[in-house]
Design a protein around this ligand. Structure first.
Ligand SMILES: Nc1nc2c(c(=O)[nH]1)N(C=O)[C@@H](CNc1ccc(C(=O)N[C@@H](CCC(=O)O)C(=O)O)cc1)CN2
Ligand SMILES: Nc1nc2c(ncn2[C@@H]2O[C@H](COP(=O)(O)OP(=O)(O)OP(=O)(O)O)[C@@H](O)[C@H]2O)c(=O)[nH]1
Ligand SMILES: [K+]
Ligand SMILES: [Mg+2]
Length: 447
């Protein structure tokens, strides 16, 4: 028998109704004590008067009993919908604890739903993220995953791989010359199709990962081009220090803005400068790191100063990352007399920014790229845990192909079994306690 757990399920703060949730074998007995009533009907809303252990009135509340196993956790659940604010809910919780329940740990209700088989890991993960979703796009995707979209992908993929293993088991007993000509090749083609499918999902998930966590935009450029001025313009307040002194920004600054339905995390970096100065060297490394971690890069040039080797370095970075990241090239300070020879950046169709028009131009350029990146309605893997697992499955499938074509079916089966266990780990943990603690511990209290 496991403990009966309880928590306030609603957020703290002023609200008209709050919910206290109790799950476990003792839930109904506790409900009977606190209401002094018996004979509840499952899934009915009962209006009840609640009393504390000293018989003092707490509240008039609605009680719903979910009879096991037909509840979220699959255990007995009693919910109290009481008057809002924190005091009443806290008082009910206190009384429930006095009657023998214990306070739930963060994520413990969801953990029990998982242990009871109501949801699998993909659904639990989606619930965890849905609670903290920062945009409507994210909420939509997470709701789909919560309803079992990824679970279905995992089940289908496992099914296909199991069929391939079964095929090998059957053919293992045949002499090679008795096998139909193209049988092995057909199987190899099917495996290639699986690899391609996984590849599609991984690359579209990587491209669209910002839908969940926010897309990251890095502003790079040599010292004093106006990077921090752009950050401030996008935020509409003086977040970063702006000055005419080169090297003003020493640390990376990150802030969030909303563009359309997207959450965007803007990163202002220290100017890239090749120098013996140790601090500025770190600045360079940070800029490169910022690019690596970003989805979109804004590379900025100063129209009022002649082209120099520092601009050349930025140009090299643009070329290096052009195929990997969305690039926006910006020519700043176009309100001043032009001194920059823009020949080398013209191919990138630079946006011309001035004191007056920084924000709007960049926002509309970002909008265009964001909607392009967000496109697609393929399945979205929402965590690096999920992405790693399908990549491992894909590698194992790739490794299975050679032994298949050379007829070494035991080795083929070995790799496919690896692929199956990798793909299965998405919905069912291998290292159970480890993943469980990590995942459910990140939940908020009462979930
Ligand atoms: N009041 C309340 N609202 C809530 C929750 C909750 O726990 N309490 N949820 C918590 O996350 C979510 C809903 N999730 C739930 C999932 C399953 C069951 C449930 O009782 N399932 C039964 C009966 C199904 C049916 O009637 O069709 C079952 O599957 O057997 C309840 C809530 C969001 N809203
Ligand atoms: N005329 C003009 N000046 C600008 C413009 N944008 C920025 N500046 C000025 O350029 C100087 C440098 O701006 P910052 O935003 O500090 O430049 P930065 O790239 O962040 O500089 P570091 O952090 O030192 O690398 C400041 O004096 C700004 O006022 C612009 O569009 N036109
Ligand atoms: K500056
Ligand atoms: Mg700066």
């Amino acid at each position: 028998m496991s403990d009966t757990i309880a928590a306030v399920a609603t957020a703290t703060g002023v609200g008209s109704v709050a919910i206290v949730r109790v799950s476990g074998d003792e839930a109904l007995a506790i409900a009977e004590k606190i209401t002094k009533k018996t004979s509840f009907i499952p899934r009915h809303a009962h209006l009840c008067t609640l009393y504390d252990t000293n018989d003092e009135l707490i509240d008039e509340a609605i009680l719903i009993w979910f009879k096991a196993p037909n509840s979220f956790t699959t255990e007995e659940i009693v919910e109290f919908q009481c008057h809002g604010g924190t005091i009443v809910a806290e008082k009910i919780l206190e009384t429930v604890l006095d009657y023998g329940a214990r306070l739930a740990e963060p994520g413990e209700f969801t953990r029990r739903a998982f242990l009871g088989g109501r949801i699998d890991l993909t659904e639990a993960e989606a619930i965890a993220k849905l609670i903290e979703a920062k945009s409507e796009d994210a909420a939509k995707i997470l709701a789909r995953q919560m309803k079992g979209e990824l679970k279905k992908f995992v089940d289908d993929m496992r099914e296909k791989l199991l069929r391939a293993v079964a095929f090998a088991e059957v053919t293992i007993d045949y002499a090679e010359e008795d096998l139909p000509e193209d049988m092995l090749e057909n199987m190899a083609h099917q495996l290639e199709e699986i690899e391609r499918e996984i590849e599609r999902i991984v690359s579209s998930s990587e491209r669209r990962r910002g839908l969940i966590e926010g897309f990251k935009v890095a502003i790079i450029g040599k010292p004093n081009v106006g990077k921090s001025s752009l950050l401030n313009a996008l935020l509409n307040y003086e977040r970063a220090i702006v000055s005419e002194i080169a090297g003003t920004t020493r640390d990376t600054i990150e802030e969030q803005i909303r563009i359309g339905s997207h959450l965007v995390r803007i990163v202002d970096t220290a100017g890239i400068r090749e120098s013996a100065d140790a601090i500025e060297k770190i600045g360079i490394e940070r800029s490169v790191a910022a690019i690596e971690q970003s989805d979109i890069v804004i590379a900025m040039f100063d129209a009022s100063r002649p082209w120099d080797e520092e601009d050349e370095k930025i140009l090299l970075l643009i070329e290096r990352y052009m195929n990997e990241k969305e690039m926006i090239v910006a020519l700043n300070k176009t309100d001043l007399p032009q001194m920059l020879d823009t020949e080398k950046i013209e191919p990138f169709k630079p946006l011309r920014l001035s004191r007056e028009n920084k924000g709007e131009q960049i926002v509309s350029a970002l909008e265009k790229r964001l909607s392009r990146m967000a496109q697609g309605d393929e399945l979205l893997l929402i965590s690096s845990r999920q992405i790693e697992a399908v990549k491992r499955a894909k590698e194992a499938v790739a490794e299975a192909k050679t032994p298949l074509l050379t007829g070494e079916l035991e080795i083929f089966t070995f790799h496919l079994t690896e692929a199956i266990s990798a793909i299965s780990s998405i919905s069912k943990p291998v290292d159970f306690n480890d993943i469980m603690d990590k995942m459910f511990g990140e939940f908020c209290l009462g979930k």
